[in-house]
Design a protein around this ligand. Structure first.
Ligand code: HPA
Ligand code: ZN
Length: 326
């Protein structure tokens, strides 16, 4: 069978998706109208025209600005449902979804409003499409560790609804080591932790994420081949990498898909998964990433099976749940 058709149709898990990054221009303007919030763009076309990024920071500036339209529990529910509908259409049956509460609490939105809305969406998505979803709370690494510790304290009463913790936002100048105490506390709460590392930052940040934060997966990790010892370690230890190809080309981590490190990561034996990161901003959902990868690299069916299998194996679902998928 055609490997692309196989890959598109396979059941998959998505492990690296920021729910705020699934805010499509249409929904952003609908919520802006509903809430009487102004967006700094005249219309959807003007907003889309601003999706021309030259770095992670240039994207983050727009991503945080657009998040201002998210105000009510219903807004967060609608955002989650819109993502799950698109994900389910791409064969995603399990998603571990990042959210950035500090982006919202800093604007006066209560933590409970964010979490209740996202959970409403997850519950409705499970009913409508049979998709299982979990939430991973991310900390914004451009803020201080003390601010992140305060965010964690705010989250602790809701710990039963938070399945893991992550680290995102501006990577350069904000190494994992800055958050050693924070992640020790997350682990003490019994939750798995992950961290963005080796996206724009150097391979040494991958090592810090593993050794200092205790990260169980590395989000991105695509700069690992710049340090062969780091790449060899990832492969030897079977550390999952949540790779987001369209994100990396849109943010100019690689100038073109042909230059992406994905084939080198796979050839080195790294446990790679494919993901969409911020699908509304980077040109597509999971199957759009698969199409772009296949156009550049022409993987065989065995590689596509491996990538899909990796996505389930690398998830934080229980063994019984995984056994039903693999
Ligand atoms: N990297 C860092 N922070 C982010 C990203 C990303 O790709 N997407 C949303 N926040
Ligand atoms: Zn990300």
């Amino acid at each position: 069978a055609d490997p692309l058709a196989l890959a598109l149709g396979m059941p998959k898990a998505e492990l690296h998706i920021h729910i705020e990054g699934s805010l499509e221009p249409g929904l952003a303007f609908a919520l802006a109208r509903r809430n009487g919030v102004a967006l700094p763009y005249a219309d959807e076309a003007a907003l889309k025209a601003a999706y021309a990024f030259d770095s992670l920071q240039s994207f983050l500036d727009l991503y945080y600005a657009c998040a201002a339209v998210l105000q009510t529990r219903a807004d967060f529910r609608d955002l989650m449902l819109a993502y799950l509908e698109r994900a389910a259409a791409d064969g995603v049956i399990h998603a571990e979804i990042f959210f950035d509460p500090q982006t919202h609490t800093a604007r006066g939105i209560p933590f409970a409003t964010v979490l209740d809305g996202l959970d409403d969406g997850l519950a409705e998505g499970a009913r409508r499409w049979g998709i299982s979803g979990r939430l991973i709370m991310c900390f914004l690494r451009h803020l201080s560790e003390d601010e992140c510790l305060a965010a964690l304290a705010e989250a602790e009463p809701f710990i039963g609804r938070i399945h893991g913790f992550g680290l995102d936002s501006s990577e350069r100048g904000h190494p994992p080591a800055k958050f050693a105490r924070l992640f020790a506390r997350c682990r003490a709460l019994g939750r798995p932790v992950v961290a963005h590392a080796g996206e724009e930052g150097p391979p040494a940040y991958i090592t810090e994420a593993l050794d200092i934060l205790g990260a169980r997966r590395i989000d991105h990790g695509v700069r690992a081949p710049e340090d062969p010892a780091v790449l060899a370690r990832l492969a030897r230890e079977g550390v999952p990498l949540t790779v987001c190809p369209l994100s990396n080309t849109r943010l100019c981590v690689f100038a073109t898909m042909a230059e992406h490190s994905l084939p080198r990561l796979i050839a080195a034996g790294a446990r790679v998964t494919l993901n969409s990161d911020d699908p509304a901003y980077f040109g597509g959902y999971l199957n759009d990433n698969i199409r772009a990868v296949q156009a550049a690299f022409g993987f065989d069916a065995a590689t596509w099976y491996r990538l899909a299998r990796n996505s389930f194996e690398a998830s934080f679902a229980g063994d019984a749940e995984k056994a039903g998928w693999i």
